[in-house]
Write a protein that binds this ligand. Structure first.
Ligand code: MN
Length: 238
């Protein structure tokens, strides 16, 4: 039997119980494994200069959720409601993304990952939806990570719709930022009812799907979210 595709999962550094630790939320690892991939956690402590060597050993890249991006990356001044930043992680993930695209490796980007991909393509972000784009949809939910809080509608014919199915379905939502100006070479393929971009993908090259919700928290039962991970792993299968 062929070995499963090796999926690198971008991690973070955080202090827990007075010790600096590095890793990812367990749900990302479990969802990659359930989708048929071999999960490999990538620490930003490796540094951006390690991105090319890391990608040489990977078949796909998963960019995960987390802190706000430094708005300097898209030429904006910090908004008063900007959250905590992690510039070393930004630099590591920009380098991973560019290395993955240069090698034609599939990428699945989630939440902060979607925002990072948009900025890597020259786009910009809304730094705080509640103050800059107030609306009826609550994108920054609190509580259970698997609670579905608003619908998304996916564009027919898109890669994300090929994976998840067309039509609308409910997703979880834990973000206060969103895509403002779309980056070059990307197409929006999913929206919330208030017009916030919930999915986009690359126009050319390898499979690259970015989503603003957190499918990794929704894969316990069969459905569009488990299907998205399976499609990503299939795309990474040589
Ligand atoms: Mn949302």
């Amino acid at each position: 039997m062929a070995s499963p595709p090796r999926i690198g999962i971008s991690g973070r550094v955080a202090t827990v119980d007075a010790a600096a630790r590095t890793g990812v939320n367990a749900a990302y690892v479990a969802s990659v494994a359930a989708g048929g991939g071999l999960p490999l956690v990538l620490s930003p402590l490796a540094g951006p200069d390690a991105a090319d060597a890391l990608l040489d050993g990977l078949d796909g890249l998963l960019l995960t959720g987390g802190d706000d991006l430094d708005p300097a990356a898209y030429g904006a001044a910090p908004h008063p409601k900007l959250g905590p930043l992690d510039p070393p992680r930004d630099a590591f993930e920009f380098a991973l993304y560019r290395a993955a695209r240069a090698r034609g490796r599939p990428v699945l980007a989630i939440c902060r990952g979607l925002q990072l991909v948009n900025v890597a393509h020259g786009g910009t972000l809304v730094q705080d939806l509640p103050s800059e784009r107030p609306g009826p949809v609550r994108h920054a939910a609190t509580g259970r990570r698997d609670a579905r809080s608003h619908p998304v509608r996916l564009g027919p014919g898109s890669r994300v719709a090929q994976a998840c199915g067309t039509g609308a379905f409910d997703v979880n939502s834990f973000h206060h930022q969103a895509i403002d100006r779309l980056g070059a070479g990307l197409t929006v393929t999913g929206h919330a009812p208030d017009g916030v971009v919930e999915a986009c993908e690359a126009d050319t090259g390898a499979w690259m799907v970015a989503v603003q919700w957190h499918p990794e928290e929704l894969t316990a039962a069969p459905g569009p979210d488990a299907a998205l991970f399976a499609a990503f792993v299939r795309a990474a299968t040589n």
